[in-house]
Design a protein around this ligand. Structure first.
Ligand SMILES: Nc1ncnc2c1ncn2[C@@H]1O[C@H](COP(=O)(O)OP(=O)(O)OP(=O)(O)O)[C@@H](O)[C@H]1O
Ligand code: SF4
Ligand code: SF4
Length: 283
């Protein structure tokens, strides 16, 4: 079973929910937690442990000047501007390449071969007896976040229960994270910005075809607009977390509220039961 934790807006508490849910569940079962926020992974801060790194590479073209006749077909084909055919050579911009493989297929001279290029890494650790943490890390200056997310998710394959912590927003890295998830927990906060971005995120999960439930975090007890929206969209609200200095203090020292504050382990266990019901599949 695969559960994604996402939110339209940054800083709403995705990592808080993902880390506490993973920790709670690992008391009773084997869990893999995948940090898909590859531009800024932070779950390792909750679960410090020695990690093994696996490099992530993507194939990019390399042109053989001895074969290339500068016909320009590869440049015409590439939709991403990663190839520029000049008078005397073909320039390759590897960081723009989406590794579709098209240029090597269309080259009539067989002058394009694919070479691996490292864009990031996946760090694997075992911070708790039944918890595997898999963190995708995109190299600085790289843009191919989906490739690192795919690699991180692949490493988690085979685990009976996997949680994916998505990046904020609704761009391709989030879509890549949502792919093949059984359900999604949408984390929001009761502010106009939170509601605006929840609308966008709700639309995305609907389009991807994944059932979802909502966690309202940093609640000040005035959640009516968010509750109305959820009711209209048929999105069940499956947990409410108050805005609390105590929660912030635990988190800011790298602690977990399910371990350090009474009652939260039970609440995260109940959150899991609720999302399992929404997913309609057994873990
Ligand atoms: N209920 C709460 N009460 C007080 N502080 C909170 C609460 N929930 C989260 N925070 C604090 O808000 C900050 C952001 O939380 P968190 O990192 O979980 O958000 P996020 O959605 O994962 O962020 P990002 O968009 O960067 O991935 C953290 O400093 C956390 O301690
Ligand atoms: S398609 Fe092949 S032969 Fe033509 S410019 Fe590109 S690399 Fe050269
Ligand atoms: S592999 Fe695809 S994206 Fe990359 S340079 Fe070739 S055509 Fe462009």
């Amino acid at each position: 079973m695969k559960i994604a934790i996402a939110s339209g807006k940054g800083g709403t508490g995705k990592s808080t929910v993902a880390a506490n849910l993973a920790c709670t569940l690992s008391c009773s079962r084997e869990v893999a937690l995948v940090d898909c926020d590859v531009e800024e992974p932070n779950l390792h801060l909750f679960f410090p442990a020695p990690a093994v790194d696996v490099p992530v590479t993507t194939p990019v073209p390399e042109i053989d000047p001895a074969r290339c006749n500068l016909c320009g077909e590869c440049g015409k084909f590439c939709r991403f501007g990663a190839l520029s055919v000049l008078k005397d050579r073909v320039l390759v911009f590897p960081e723009l390449c989406h590794s579709c493989g098209g240029c090597s297929l269309v080259c009539p001279q067989g002058a394009v071969r694919e070479v691996p290029r490292t864009v990031g890494r996946v760090a694997c650790s075992r911070p708790l007896p039944a918890l595997t943490l898999i963190s995708g890390v995109l190299n600085e200056g790289e843009v191919m976040a989906p490739a690192v997310i795919r690699a991180a998710k692949l490493l988690a394959e085979g685990h009976p229960l996997t949680l994916y912590d998505a990046s904020p927003g609704i761009a391709c890295p989030v879509i890549e994270t949502l792919e093949r998830s059984d359900a999604c927990i949408l984390v929001t906060e009761s502010t106009p910005f939170g509601l605006h971005d929840l609308r966008l995120a709700a639309e995305v999960v609907e389009r991807v075809g994944i059932p979802a439930g909502v966690v309202i975090n940093r609640s000040d007890g005035k959640d009516e607009e968010t509750l109305d929206f959820c009711r209209e969209r048929g999105l069940p609200v499956i947990m409410t977390i108050p805005f609390s200095r105590e929660i912030a203090a635990v988190q800011n020292r790298g602690g977990l509220i399910c371990r350090d504050l009474p009652g939260w382990e039970e609440r995260f266990a109940a959150l899991f039961e609720a999302i399992v019901k929404i997913a309609g599949v057994s873990p």
